[in-house]
Design a protein around this ligand. Structure first.
Ligand SMILES: [Zn+2]
Length: 472
């Protein structure tokens, strides 16, 4: 998108989001509610002056946290929280939650416990010493509200290749209303909004009528095991918001994601006798072609709501490692893939199809057949997830959005996966993504439109009032 949007959350200005465009809105957008929800999933009578005044107070209190949110976002971007180095970001979140007057607790990543949990993704990296950070805003009497999880991930993906960036990835730069840096979009902006919403409400002296858990998690970008660890530690709620940067939209459906790695083996010989060898790198391309065939099949008849996308299932060849010398025929090549799966599809079934396709590619090629490729799994094994449009939490959040912005949000499906699925499927916590407007996630010059961070926090604060209830 070229210029900054003139109006906050103007729908035409937001044809795409941080996840790169595959975000059609349903034709039947929610109509803006003409009355506030009363916090119990039913429409309240038309608002009286008093609640309206409280809403305005909330909006102003959160708006006044803009500087705090910007400082936090900048400090988070400056911490290069790549996989294995999330510590400095978590230190900052621990400090931030403490500064809100809450008591942060660490939820460590326990490799054995994770591997024993049916919902965990396999991993071949070291998780020792890594922690999620959770702070609970304890409720006041009467405790008759509904509980809430506000979740964000602190981990970011690599900014490589750096040559594509015009701004430094790990030194936040503000250019008018945009803040640039790795994680500005995905999703340190969301963590800033969560903290800003709670700080604004606390400044008013109010308290929720049910617990609110603030979560800063690790490993959203590779496994979902961070949020799963929080679920395993007992953090569940009546609703969850994952503050991923979807802009003026609430996600009601997401695909699952599977990571897999294909090991092709060849026969290494001196390049002078190249014809005697078998080149593992070249063989891996034949497997790749076969897998593109599977991807095409999966895109043939997408189930709703994915029939609205031209290409909902994306296979990505994300990394390739093969060979080590220009004059040696490479004996091994490992290719790492990411593929999506529709809600309702089982990971095991997709794995079976992948293994069959790889085996078939091997049968068709004698050289591969003699050295059959192997499929390994490490990283995401997430299944898809959806939540009904008319679920009370979706409707309550949509109502809060409409009152903040004057227009309804889009309810969207996404062709990526998020921790909302982990919260819902394993924590029995109905969840959606809702967060700031941002661009270039996982790409160069990643950026967030800062006013939308404040707006997200305002909507979250109104949602807290409607969903959890507030006591003064
Ligand atoms: Zn994310």
């Amino acid at each position: 998108m070229d210029p900054a949007p003139a109006e906050p959350f103007a729908e035409e200005e937001y044809p795409q989001g941080a996840y790169g465009g595959a975000r059609p809105s349903p034709p039947d957008l929610l109509a803006p509610p003409d009355a506030a929800f009363d916090g119990r999933g039913e429409m309240a009578p038309p608002r009286a002056a008093e609640p309206a005044a409280q809403e305005l107070e909330i909006l102003a209190a959160v708006q006044s946290q803009a500087g705090f949110m910007e400082d936090l976002l900048v400090a988070l971007i400056d911490a290069p929280t790549l996989l294995g180095n999330e510590g400095p970001g978590q230190d900052l979140m621990r400090y931030t939650f403490g500064g809100l007057g809450l008591q942060p607790v660490d939820v460590p990543m326990d490799a054995d416990a994770l591997r024993a949990h049916p919902g965990s993704a396999p991993f071949d990296w070291d998780v020792r010493g890594k922690s999620n950070v959770v702070a609970t805003w304890q409720p006041a009497e009467p405790r008759d509200g509904r509980s809430l999880i506000l979740n964000g991930h602190v981990d970011v993906v690599s900014p490589e290749p750096l040559a594509g960036w015009t701004k430094p990835p790990f030194m936040a730069v503000r250019d008018e209303d945009w803040i640039y840096g790795r994680g500005a979009a995905d999703m340190k902006c969301g963590l800033a909004a969560i903290a800003g919403a709670v700080r604004g409400l606390r400044a008013l002296g109010v308290r929720p009528r049910a617990p609110i858990h603030l979560e800063s998690v690790v490993e959203e970008e590779c496994s979902g095991n961070g949020t799963l660890s929080c679920v395993m530690a007992g953090f569940t709620a009546d609703a969850g918001i994952v503050a991923e940067p979807f802009g003026a939209a609430i996600t009601v459906s997401q695909v699952g994601v599977l990571w897999f790695h294909v090991v092709c083996r060849g026969v290494p010989v001196h390049a002078a006798e190249e014809r005697r060898g078998i080149n593992a790198i070249e063989k891996s391309f034949e497997v790749m072609q076969a897998l593109r065939g599977l991807e095409a099949e999966l895109n043939l008849a997408p189930p709703p709501p994915y029939e609205r996308f031209s290409h909902p299932i994306n296979l990505n060849v994300g990394a390739i490692k093969g060979g080590d010398w220009a004059s040696t025929v490479p004996g091994e090549c490992v290719t790492s893939y990411r593929i999506a799966l529709y809600p309702g599809m089982k990971v095991r079934d997709l794995q079976d199809r992948i293994e069959a396709v790889v085996a078939e590619a091997a049968v068709e090629d004698r050289a591969i057949f003699e050295n059959p490729p192997e499929v390994r799994y490490s990283g995401f094994t997430s299944e898809g997830y959806d939540i009904p449009d008319d679920h009370p939490m979706v409707q309550t959040l949509a109502g809060a959005f409409a009152r903040q912005s004057g227009q309804p949000p889009a309810l969207v499906a996404t062709t990526g996966t998020t921790d909302a699925g982990i919260l819902a499927r394993f924590g029995d916590t109905p969840s959606v993504c809702f967060g700031p407007y941002a661009e270039q996630a996982h790409a160069a010059d990643e950026r967030v439109w800062f006013p939308s961070v404040v707006q997200t926090a305002q909507v979250m604060a109104l949602f807290i009032r409607d969903w959890c209830g507030l006591s003064s």
